[in-house]
Write a protein that binds this ligand. Sequence first.
Ligand SMILES: [Mn+2]
Length: 447
Amino acid sequence: MQVFWFRIKSGREKRKYEKPNMNVIKPYDIIGDIHGHADALDALLHKLDYEKINGIWRHPADRKVIFVGDFIDRGPKIRETLKTVRAMVDAGNALAVMGNHEHNAICFHTPDGRGGHLLSHTVGDGKNVKDLRATLDQIAIPEPEEWAEWLSWFKTLPLFLDLGDLRVVHACWDAEGIAVLKGENRLSDELLHKSVIKGSPEHRAIRAMIKGKDVALPDGHTFTTPAGDVASAVRVKWWLNSDGHTYHSLCFPECDTVPKVPLPATATAGLNLGYADTEPPTFVGHYWLMAATPEPLASNLACVDYSIAKDGGMLTAYRWDGERRLDPQKFVSVSRASLVEKPFKVLVDDNFDFMDEDARSTLGAFPTLEAARAACKKVVDDFLLNRHKPGMTAEELYDDYTSFGDDPWISTGDGVRHFSAWEYAEQRCDEICGNGRQDEGGPGNGN
Ligand SMILES: [Mn+2]
């Protein structure tokens, strides 16, 4: 069909068609685990120079995003996150792989044929329900039909992407696991059911891809994870050969409470650890890293999950332009702290143009009412101190203010009056002029 197509096209279009695209490396921006933090995603896309056109983010120079999975759970805007990601994927502006949270969500909602589900709703004190809590509350429980659509979409996500010069998978590039799947890369119903049968080759393969590889600690050893859980196995740096390592030195992310006991070769037998530096660059998410400055894990491996769902975390991307050796300078992040809600907006009207809303300007938005009030007071103070002349009475200064001054006010969208510039100006005129203003009925010269 394609051969026929280009034969009947004009010479110019024929050349265009024949020009092989295969060896032209396309630039990609690989974005880490979002976990319902849609505002951070918007801020990061903006920072990466994407533009939102007709509700869909795209890059003016046709860069594409690759999302590493884990769109749901934990954060406040899961629906918005899914809509942003899916719109980009549907428009051809992004690719996405499945995260363990999407796999969990599918399994949690898939009956096992024996009265339960592929992921239990009851084991471990309802741990799985707790993990999915935010998603259940925001979408699955209030909007079950919408949720069914999202679950169907999750099943279309590939488990890994191999673009030749670039590889993306949620947690671990596992060549042996990929071989086990024999060309399958999406969760068919059959593969989904096999993926939860412990000990099956498919379970091992898919678990490695979306959760990484782990080794059990020697008998009797446990450690406390940074999240406070007691664990008897550690996730490992799967890209390294385990020779000469202790459990502590091979654990990932690094954790001081893991025993510094030598790792016997038997512990990692069959895990196929190691990722040669001659392999194409691979990007993963998943690991909840915390750092001020992201850096690659190896010359050809980077994790872009910097824990946006945690205090102090950030949403991170890597700008990839075809390089085989990754560059620490090419991470781009937005911190959670930079996205703190600022609900107190200060607007400034002009007393001279009080009938004219066009004369209204926005001073800024503030995280607290106190900060917004302080900003309003400064606007009034600046005017009064600028207009005050020696010998002026408080009444003259106040008349000047009410005729020509700026009138700042705080908008919280609820109609509540949080600040009166005129009241504040009246008080300040008395203070500035010192001699007291003759107020009708007032005490007059107080000093
Ligand atoms: Mn994650």
